[in-house]
Write a protein that binds this ligand. Structure first.
Ligand SMILES: *Cc1c(COP(=O)(O)O)cnc(C)c1O
Length: 408
């Protein structure tokens, strides 16, 4: 059986977790802080905060920006439900827009969706290919004329909506750690970039996430970092490590915060993953994707994913193949035929308007024809460090045979 994307766990990972366990400090502590520093260096930003998931980290961002009932957040229809769910959690309204053929958010659709209520735009780097960040940032800047900041927000001693004066751009980079725009790793393109370290992602901490801050003056990055840390720990003025200092028992609670900090056990895994990310993980993933690409190109039954163009390079998170003329039913039958040969594939993603809850909220698939068109013929093939060339060739043979069986 060829699985879809098992994590890479070897002796080095196990040793790192064992060392953390034996150190006697297992919650947020020195390893998490070191992981944050190294993540920031990798992403080219001054400060990053590591938390327990993309979902909680990005939900904190919406809360920090004071987004709530009456506000709108623009997201693509083609994404994982987390992007929309965090908007629901804060009581705001997700406004869906269609995607381009490369599966990223259509900037022109974003421009049309902007209203005076738009407080945030969340582009998604599907499969690891960065969204059109330059265009989306320009649209957010142009939106300052319509933007109406909430007046009575008091967050971190300031009102971030007043300070920024336009919709916040929060990048859903759950797939795209290490992807590049104009040769630069992601972190400095959006106002805030959110990464996921979930078990299936390129760089994992079992569960985890991080935020890279790149807000313009007069935002103070150190103040932001402190605020997000405090917000992830009940609004408590001291974290557990600080309280272990002799006599340092007293603390205060400035506001009712959340609980979504990263543990040092997670950070121990992350430090190993990060250390070999550029030297081992990305090159192997890239080689696997290149092998798929050369097997399917020139065969007009297939539409190949974009892995790089003059501006962008993917993180090689997903290999999102599309079957040129397949209907949704034919695509499903192809997956059944592939599964019969013990190969696991996946579909990324079922567009939000097809999921019961979002359908019930009145979102209609017919309003996002390209998202449906891409989804209906999409099949993601296995990509992971331990997948051998021989296994890649087996996947290719099985996919081609399944397509012949179903499409004739
Ligand atoms: C995985 C994923 C998330 C959520 O990440 P978690 O760390 O599991 O919260 C968000 N957006 C997209 C596109 C994802 O694939």
């Amino acid at each position: 059986m060829i699985p879809f994307s098992p994590p890479r766990i070897d002796d080095r990972t196990i040793k790192a977790v064992e060392d953390a366990l034996r150190s006697g400090w297992i919650t947020t502590g020195p390893r998490t802080k070191e992981f944050e520093r190294k993540l920031a260096a990798y992403c080219g930003v001054e400060r990053m905060v590591a938390l327990n998931s993309w979902t909680n980290a990005c939900e904190l961002v919406l809360r920090w920006y004071g987004i709530g009932p009456g506000d709108e957040v623009i997201i693509p229809a083609y994404t994982y439900c987390a992007t929309a769910n965090i908007v629901m959690h804060v009581g705001a309204k997700p406004v869906l827009v269609d995607v381009l053929d490369d599966l990223t958010m259509d900037p022109e659709a974003v421009r049309k969706a902007i209203t005076a209520r738009t407080k945030c735009i969340i582009p998604v780097d599907i499969g690891g290919l960065p969204a059109r960040m330059r265009e989306i940032m320009r649209i957010a800047e142009d939106a300052c004329v319509l933007f109406t900041p909430a007046v009575n927000l008091r967050v971190a001693g300031s009102n971030p909506q007043m300070r920024l004066g336009r919709p916040l751009v929060l990048s859903d980079a759950a797939h795209s750690f290490g992807a590049r725009i104009d040769g630069k790793t992601l972190g400095t393109q959006a106002d805030i970039t959110g990464f996921s370290f979930h078990a299936v992602k390129n760089l994992t901490t079992a569960e985890g996430g991080a935020l890279a801050f790149h807000l313009p003056q007069p935002f103070e990055l150190e103040e932001l970092y402190t605020f997000f840390n405090t917000m992830s720990l009940h609004g408590q003025s001291k974290d557990a490590l600080a309280k272990t200092q002799p006599g340092a028992w007293r603390y205060d609670v400035a506001f009712p915060g959340y609980k979504c900090n990263m543990t040092d056990l997670q950070a121990a895994i992350g430090l190993v993953e990060l250390d070999r990310y550029d030297t081992e993980t990305l090159p192997r993933r890239k080689a696997i994707c290149a092998r798929y690409q050369s097997a399917f190109e020139g065969d007009d039954r297939f539409v190949l994913p974009i892995l790089r163009d003059p501006e962008r390079e993917t993180s090689y998170h997903l290999y999102m193949l599309r079957i040129a003329k397949a209907t949704e039913e034919q695509r499903d039958a192809i997956i059944t035929a592939i599964a019969a040969h013990q190969v696991s594939v996946n579909v990324h993603f079922i567009p939000l308007p097809m999921l019961s809850f979002y359908k019930g909220q009145g979102h209609r698939m017919a309003d996002f024809p390209n998202a449906y068109q891409q989804y209906a013929r999409e099949i993601s093939l296995p990509v992971y460090y331990d997948l051998s060339d021989a296994q890649v060739d087996e996947v290719i043979a099985v996919v081609k045979q399944a397509v012949s069986e179903v499409m004739g």
